[in-house]
Design a protein around this ligand. Sequence first.
Ligand code: ADE
Length: 226
Amino acid sequence: MRIDIISVVPDLLQSPFSHSILKRAKERGLLEVNVINLRDFSTSKQKQVDDYQYGGGAGMVMMCEPISNCIEHLKKQRSYDEIIYMTPDGEVMNQKMMNTLSLKNSFIILCGHYKGIDERIRQLYITKEISIGDYVLSGGELAAAVFTDAIGRLLPGVLNDETSALTDSFQDNLLSPPVYTRPENFKDLIVPDVLLSGHEKKINDWRHEQALERTKTRRPDLLNEE
Ligand code: ADE
């Protein structure tokens, strides 16, 4: 999978993909993440990428030309499955969306800033608009990092234990059950007996019950989802 991220603050995206699971995905050649500085596509001397909004009002708007130049440049080199704009008014990201998108091969992600991007870029280029939640970030970069992490770990061969993404919270619309490691007794809190029983079916049943119970109390909305 290849993800090209267009940003006005590319330095923000240096660290998130250089550690742990995403680092491994890159090293194994399963994921390629490329961060592009939008200012490199500005035609003005000052490398301007934003301008005042028509109609007045506070806040700048990201201009059409640098974004258009950048996307056209990228599209000349390869085709993309989706051109995604990270925005709080997009479709709210969830595990099902990530599962579906993890089957695709290539994305451009455009990170918004200021008051957002000129509407015509959305009309002309953007194929999908994604929000990571009902709150406003100061830019789309952290949202792009969240998206890349959530999708990267689903790619076959990225996680060592192939089943572990399937047992994550939200797969099957259930939250994960509680987990324990050594010691058996910590400050008088004891690991449930069943987990020490070695009885695989009983352990699986217990985990399923716990997952169901946790979902009922914390996120009953998930149980009504398809
Ligand atoms: N940019 C600013 N806020 C955002 C959000 N909640 N999701 C995605 N992109 C954003």
